[in-house]
Write a protein of this length. Structure first.
Length: 95
């Protein structure tokens, strides 16, 4: 790789984010050796996939010019509703 290409790569917008992500992975692995287990990677990627779908849906809405920024409040409402339903279901099972 030539020096110019390396400098151009280092100036890219996403390099800083990738470096921070890599440092976080290394720090978490050193702090807890169970971080890089297959099960933990599955759990992390599953939770990231959900938020990625929400982010892509929001990005699409903004890209076509509809400017709907209500995803956060709707997500909060859904979380409270689902939490209440789960609480009700677990109370019924105990009785």
């Amino acid at each position: 790789m030539s020096r110019e290409r390396l400098l151009r790569f280092a100036r890219a917008d996403n390099v800083g984010l990738a470096a921070i992500l890599l440092l976080a992975i290394v720090a978490l692995t050193l702090a807890n050796h169970a971080f890089l287990t297959p099960f933990n990677l599955y759990v992390v990627l599953t939770s990231v996939a959900l938020w990625t779908c929400v982010a892509l849906a929001q990005m699409t809405t903004l890209a076509i010019g509809q400017m709907s920024l209500s995803v956060g409040s709707l997500g909060g409402l859904v979380a409270i509703t689902v939490g209440g339903q789960i609480g009700r279901a677990s109370c019924r099972e105990r009785v």
